[in-house]
Design a protein around this ligand. Structure first.
Ligand code: IPM
Ligand code: MN
Length: 365
């Protein structure tokens, strides 16, 4: 019997619709080689939704997401100038993305920083640093910390404008993300780097306490402690020492972009945002309004997000693998997209849709 899955597709802003079109192509290709069917339902989300409906996360889109088995989301965000046309709380990040994360409590954000050995030339790091490839899984807590803590804007006693922003976590939130991290480590090299700042932040002290408690349930996993600033340096000097890394929301936002830098482009950074009941999938990068509509965006992060969805939400491991292998095959054949390094000038630069076509070809051949 054909397995059926409903996917809420939120193309988003900027290059989002171009990436979404490739995602649909690839899902259709998967249907053609496997006994699965995807009911893809598109919803407005982000700045584009605001200009159409007056809300960046419209009610109809919420319903669509509620009903879907998984959500596939393109990047959102507007140029600085466009953003100013929207009330602060309706701007796509605060008005759509954070509410989406909250609605489905997608606390576990998986951000693979992955470059197979034969694609190491895309990295701006010296060949000896990335030789053998990069394979890190960054796990970022996604619904706590500074992002969701209380925010108070006021005027202090001296008449100066002031702001207080809380970094909030309770022990259950920390416990939940730690279990995710330890389980991921169990499935990989059984080494977990805990990224923190317990020399300064009390939140990190609690974070580390809970980590030690959860660690007793995973005696096989070796825990390595690293302070967040040192982690930034270490990621550049010797990224291959890392396998699974766990960190709070804001640290994860910053270090995962550093991950994109190691690979050579945020265009190589897919992600999964997993909650207790539902997950959504998105590229880790922004909507790149400057190149929107030109057809030159790299669809890898979007297609990688599709692959992660097939695996994590639908248990379609073989199909997921097919997408990864297809992308590796396309890049391995001397092909690149405009965002990536081409150190010897020997690679053929192709456009967004051509990349999608080649991935489809590799999946279906
Ligand atoms: C990310 C993005 C978002 C974040 C923005 C768009 C709010 O940078 O997913 O990393 O900061 O989490
Ligand atoms: Mn970010």
């Amino acid at each position: 019997m054909t397995k059926k899955y409903t996917v809420a597709l939120l193309p988003g802003d900027g290059i989002g619709p171009e990436l979404a079109a490739e995602a649909v192509k690839v899902l259709r290709a998967v249907e053609s080689v496997s006994d699965v069917a995807f009911d893809i339902q598109t919803g407005d989300f982000g700045g584009s939704a605001y200009f159409k409906h007056g809300h960046s996360f419209p009610e109809a889109t919420k319903q669509l997401c509620d009903k879907a088995d998984a959500i596939l989301k393109g990047p959102i965000g507007l140029s600085f100038e466009e953003s100013k046309k929207i009330p602060v709380d309706e701007q796509p990040e605060r008005g759509a993305l954070l509410p989406l994360r909250k609605r489905f409590n997608t606390f576990a954000n998986f951000r693979p920083v992955y470059l197979p050995p034969e694609l190491a030339h895309f990295s701006p790091l010296k060949p000896h640093v990335v030789e053998g490839g990069i394979d890190i899984m960054m796990i970022r807590e996604l619904v706590g910390g500074l992002y969701f803590g209380k925010k108070i804007r006021s005027v202090n006693e001296a008449g100066k404008r002031q702001v207080i922003e809380h970094l909030e976590y309770d022990e259950d939130q920390i416990k939940a993300i730690m279990h995710v991290a330890f389980q991921e480590a169990m499935g990989r090299k059984k080494v977990l780097h805990n990224v923190h700042k317990s020399n300064v932040l009390k939140s990190s002290v609690l974070w580390n306490e809970v980590l030690e408690e959860v660690a007793t349930e995973y005696p096989e996993v070796e825990v390595k402690q690293i302070i967040v600033d040192a982690a930034a340096t270490a990621l550049v000097i010797n990224p291959r020492q890392f396998d699974v890394m766990v960190m709070e929301n804001m640290f994860g936002d910053i270090l995962s972009d550093l991950g994109g830098g190691i690979l050579g482009s945020l265009g190589l950074m897919p992600s999964a945002c997993v909650g207790p009941e539902k997950a959504y999938y998105e590229p880790s990068h922004g909507s790149a309004p400057d190149i929107a509509g030109k057809g030159i965006a790299n669809p890898y992060s979007m297609l990688g997000s599709v692959a992660m969805m097939l695996d994590k939400s639908f248990g379609l491991k073989t199909e997921s693998r097919k997408i990864w292998d297809a992308m590796r095959h396309v890049f391995g054949a001397g092909i690149t997209t405009a965002d990536l390094r081409d150190p010897e000038g020997k690679l053929t630069i192709i456009k967004t849709a051509e990349f999608g076509d080649k991935v489809v070809e590799a999946i279906t051949k």
